[in-house]
Write a protein of this length. Structure first.
Length: 478
């Protein structure tokens, strides 16, 4: 958008180091999200899931206001960083609340719908930005920035129409309130046997976590206990689980890196890095004015692939998807690298090669959407034991944002300076992902905690199972 470049000349195509500043602007949102991942678990446990979501929505809105009104590049970047804090915390908070208030039989479906809603948001926001480019003023980019406040405002206010999480109420020792909240969520009397059984299960789970925490770190509390629980993720008994959880998401983000200045983004989206830079990719492949339309249809292709993914992830299995998904993502990179190296000096004379590269981009996004799109979020939540799951998933998610920051800053200079070497690099990363999946990723589909102990070579699940049996028996007597 010429108006955007006029408002922020540092990002103009002919400005010195424009590619670096473009990537820095993009990456700072991810850095903010990375930082947000670490304080949200404590915030959510202290003031409730509902109020923590309201607070981070307010943080998000502050960042969006700064972006919308930014008079210069520095304020724009600061706004994106603050918005990133809100994004990172919402990426953890929304599924946490959904999983805790949903009936067990539809919990997975609701989490899937959340993922689909994210991708649908990406598609709609992209086309809003596409339409706004025809506005002949700064409103062409300030309107899309401002629209971010609408969704955050809806979340921050409407969340209070819903009950508190029963699990959080038990966590703060409000057991009777938890029973009332659960009855309201299930639309059943508090005396109904199904409600009481589920309530007792929550009581047992929270008591179990407290016992395991005290057993692992006797006498510790507060900040010291919090830090020790994070350190537990890297101990001898759990390091391989952490490698699988972190690497699955990091492989997802690094492998989906690409190439532009796409002003509308949904950072929590799984292929956000590809979408961020897709218009520049298509422009560099000789598609010119079609680049924005092609990038928009790529969003739609991603949506279709993600919808298909949820139909096959349980049937095919995690390990198979991890191996073949990484391989299928690497092949399009190889083809693009070869064609880019041969024909990038004169795309107009080789239109077929340019369109072949575009086709490979669609092959890539489909392979990615069907494999690492669901897989990277499923594995971290499956490989950790009950006690370590919340912090393990938080660490994996934080790694996503850190990888996003690094790739966001590095990609534009790589495209402008390394040319086809950029695609070679990401092809190598994908093929390394094949090796990583072959060596480290177990098949977790349908396995219990005890069976995962055998896979990972530790006894974490067995130990927890014995404690849980004792706690569950006590809860049944209430």
């Amino acid at each position: 958008m010429p108006q955007f470049h006029d408002a922020y000349p540092r990002l103009a195509p002919d400005a010195p180091s424009a590619e670096f500043w473009k990537g820095f602007m993009t990456g700072m949102l991810e850095l903010g999200a990375f930082l947000g991942c670490f304080f949200f678990p404590q915030l959510a446990d202290t003031i409730s899931r509902k109020w923590s979501l309201s607070i981070v929505a307010a943080i998000f809105i502050i960042g969006a206001i700064m972006q919308t009104a930014a008079p210069d590049y520095a304020v724009l970047v600061a706004g994106r960083t603050i918005t990133g804090v809100g994004v990172g915390t919402m990426a953890l908070g929304a599924p946490l609340y959904i999983s805790e208030v949903s009936p067990p039989q539809v919990r997975g479906t609701l989490l899937v719908l959340e993922s689909l809603a994210i991708v649908m948001g990406v598609v709609s926001s992209y086309w809003v930005a596409y339409g706004c480019q025809y506005i002949d003023s700064e409103a062409s980019f300030r309107v899309p920035f401002g629209l971010q406040m609408v969704s955050a405002g809806v979340i921050g206010t409407m969340i209070h129409l819903f009950p508190y999480s029963p699990r959080w109420l038990v966590l703060v020792e409000r057991d009777e309130d938890a029973l009332e909240s659960l009855a309201k969520l299930r639309r059943l009397p508090a005396t109904d046997s199904r409600v009481v059984t589920e309530w007792r299960g929550i009581l047992a789970e929270i008591q179990f976590q407290k016992i395991m925490s005290e057993k692992a770190h006797p006498g510790k509390q507060g900040l010291v206990l919090e830090l020790l629980q994070w350190a537990d993720l890297f101990r001898k008994k759990t390091w391989r689980r952490t490698v699988v959880g972190i690497r699955s998401l990091r492989c997802q983000r690094v492998s989906c890196s690409k190439t532009d200045l796409n002003q509308v983004e949904e950072p929590t989206d799984i292929a956000s890095r590809f979408i961020y830079y897709a218009p520049t990719l298509f422009t560099s492949l000789g598609q010119g004015d079609l680049s924005l339309i092609l990038a928009g249809t790529l969003n739609i292709g991603q949506l279709v692939a993600v919808m298909a993914a949820f139909l096959i992830v349980d049937a095919v299995g995690r390990r198979t998807l991890a191996i073949w998904g990484a391989f299928a993502m690497g092949v399009p990179y190889v083809v693009i690298a070869a064609l880019y190296g041969l024909y990038s000096d004169d795309w107009p004379a080789h239109p077929a090669a340019g369109w072949a590269c575009v086709a490979m981009a669609y092959v890539y996004i489909c392979a990615y959407g069907i494999s690492y799109s669901p897989l990277a979020w499923a594995l971290p939540s499956e490989v950790y034991s009950t006690v370590q799951r919340s912090k393990g998933v938080a660490l994996a998610t934080a790694t996503v944002w850190l990888s996003n920051f690094i790739v966001g800053v590095a990609t534009p200079p790589m495209i402008s300076q390394a040319g086809f070497g950029t695609y070679v690099f990401f092809a190598i990363m994908c093929f390394l992902g094949v090796i990583w999946a072959w060596v480290f990723v177990p098949e977790t589909k349908g396995k219990t905690l005890e069976e995962l102990d055998d896979v990972f070579g530790d006894a974490t699940g067995h130990e927890e199972h014995e404690v849980m049996r004792s706690v569950a028996a006590e809860a049944r007597r209430r």
